[in-house]
Design a protein around this ligand. Structure first.
Ligand code: NAP
Length: 248
């Protein structure tokens, strides 16, 4: 599915996990992939190497999505180097888990800052370029727990539910200029984020997943690939689950 017009794509948090797989999938399709990261330069370089190994091209762009000014500077650079941005995948995310009575202000604020503020800052900057070009694709990586809730994850769940609201509002605002905005809600996917979970919790999760396994980052990437293509032109404002059936 190589598109004739080379797309410029920014994937936030592409140094590891789901973001890395998305970067590789988009590169396979022929997109020029901007690999964003905030603190793992070697991992970001590995992603760019993988992008090149599949015959694609891209660049590394370091900035923290929670820093509004850094996001603006990064997008100024994208505009001057490429003149446009066709695809934005708001993937960067963190989780600060624990029971609400013990949750510190900083843990709440930090989670919201990366997961929600970050997606807002990037989407606002991307929208300027996409509206002008009258074509754009924004995909927000939310989570199944943003739909169904989860004990011990109040900040994370709040941020991911907020991202669903942002997706719908933005989709309505940008639709007239051919810019689509959708959210993906992955269930448990094998990455560094879930590798941190203990064995007992993993066993419990398995019981709740009808397909009986965690998902792979590549499986999420295939869905993002479709939602950022020409083929998905009539899909906007949607929340699409990829969770092995754990939430229907
Ligand atoms: P991960 O392996 O922990 O990777 C997180 C990525 O986000 C890293 O590349 C990290 O880059 C980047 N990041 C963190 N803070 C950042 C910031 N302030 N600015 C820019 N980049 C930042 O996570 P993952 O499991 O792949 O998850 C990716 C997304 O999917 C997240 O939004 C997560 O909430 C969501 N999700 C994951 C699962 C799952 O089961 N894994 C399920 C549902 C939803 P650095 O290391 O360079 O900071």
């Amino acid at each position: 599915m190589v598109e004739t017009n080379r797309r410029i794509a920014l994937v936030t948090g592409a140094s590891r996990g789901i973001g890395r797989s998305i970067a590789i999938e988009l590169a396979k399709r022929g997109a020029f992939v901007i690999v964003n990261y905030s603190s793992s330069p070697e991992a970001a370089q590995e992603t760019l190497n993988a992008v090149r190994e599949v015959g694609g091209d891209g660049e590394i762009l370091k900035f923290s999505v929670q820093d509004s000014q850094a996001v603006e500077n990064a997008f100024d650079g994208i505009k001057s180097r490429h003149g446009k941005l066709d695809i934005l995948v708001n993937n960067a995310g963190i989780s600060r888990d624990g029971l609400v009575l013990r949750m510190k202000d900083e843990e709440w604020l930090q989670t919201l800052a990366v997961n929600l503020n970050g997606a807002f800052f990037c989407s606002r900057a991307a929208a300027r370029l996409m509206l002008k070009a009258k074509w754009g694709r924004i995909v927000n990586i939310s989570s199944v727990v943003g739909e169904m809730g989860n004990a011990g994850q109040v900040p994370y769940v709040s941020s991911k539910a907020g991202l669903i609201g942002m997706t719908k509002a933005l989709a309505k605002e940008l639709a007239s200029r051919n810019v689509t905005v959708n959210a993906i809600t992955p269930g448990f996917i094998e990455t560094d984020m879930t590798a941190a979970l203990d064995e007992k919790l993993r066993d419990e999760h398995m019981k709740a997943i009808p397909l009986g396994r965690y998902g792979q980052a590549e499986e999420v990437a295939h869905l993002v690939n479709f939602l950022t293509s020409d083929q998905s032109a009539y899909i906007t404002g949607q929340v699409i689950g990829i969770n092995g059936g754990m939430y229907m």
